[in-house]
Design a binder for this molecule. Structure first.
Ligand SMILES: [Fe+2]
Length: 263
């Protein structure tokens, strides 16, 4: 088993089967939601594949038992996601991809904060206008264990596991909204598919989008918000996570996250 306690801040580990999480004493350990091939098929590069049957595993609302009510009162949710290194035909393992809705009475959509706990991730972020077919920004962030990634307001996102290890992710997010999957389904995925071609990982543009800018490579990192610091995502200050439910108050910091990190 692979201990994730130090990077996560909770007694959590990856079992030897490489897809099940173990939870230590005092944790509320949910049964994972399994994303299956039939769920992902509409957004895959190869839509006719017949395996794997199970794609990835989402453990929603993980917490220390004694903190459950306090997190609910703050409207925060902590999730863990496991993406094993299973290929989806030529395509690397990925999440279905979604956008977030706008906050009530606001033009801003909810942000989300990730940390890679194990493995390596490619986060694909994209901003769209109109009905979603015109992309105005596409960003790829490569992140290793310990790295943080903010999905700022306005961006949809997909996470790809581009390597031969299991990828384990943690995220904090406002608990009140449901993600929006329809646009990614309509365009059969995000702006790019990451596929293996002659043994090499390459990004293949999804030509169903009417416009797609050249993707920008951006470094991972935490937004510059007072009090938001720490190596383990579960240990981050709950006050400093308030931006997840009130992004308007932090709009300047959040909008800088992707703009200032060009490599
Ligand atoms: Fe999300």
């Amino acid at each position: 088993m692979q201990d994730l306690r130090h990077v996560c801040g909770l007694p959590v580990w990856l079992e030897d089967d490489q897809y099940t999480l173990g939870f230590g004493e005092g944790l509320l350990a949910p049964t994972p939601d399994v994303r299956r091939l039939e769920d992902l098929r509409p957004v895959l590069y190869n839509q006719t594949i017949s395996e794997p049957e199970e794609i990835y595993y989402m453990y929603r609302s993980v917490s220390q038992r004694q903190e459950r009510d306090a997190l609910a009162a703050r409207g925060l949710r902590f999730d863990l996601t496991v993406l094993p290194n299973r290929m989806l035909g030529q395509e690397f393992m990925k999440t279905a991809g979604h956008y977030h809705p706008r906050l009530p009475g606001s033009d801003l959509t909810y942000p989300e904060l990730y940390q890679v706990l194990a493995g390596r991730a490619h986060f694909l972020l994209q901003k769209a206008r109109g009905d979603g077919g015109i992309l105005t920004d596409v960003v790829i962030v490569e992140a290793d264990a310990g790295d943080y990634l903010l999905v700022p307001p306005g961006y949809g996102h997909i996470t790809i596991n581009p390597c031969d290890e299991t990828l384990v992710l943690a995220n904090w997010v406002d608990a009140s909204f449901a993600s929006l999957y329809q646009t990614m389904v309509k365009y059969r995925g995000g702006a790019f598919y990451e596929v293996k071609d002659n043994g090499q990982a390459v990004f293949v543009e999804n030509e169903r989008y009417q416009e797609c800018p050249t993707p920008r490579m951006v470094k991972p990192g935490l937004p510059q918000i007072e009090g938001l610091k720490g190596d383990a995502i579960y240990q981050l200050s709950r006050d400093a996570l308030g931006f997840l439910s009130d992004p308007a108050a932090y709009h300047q910091c959040l909008s800088k996250v992707l703009a200032e990190q060009d490599m």
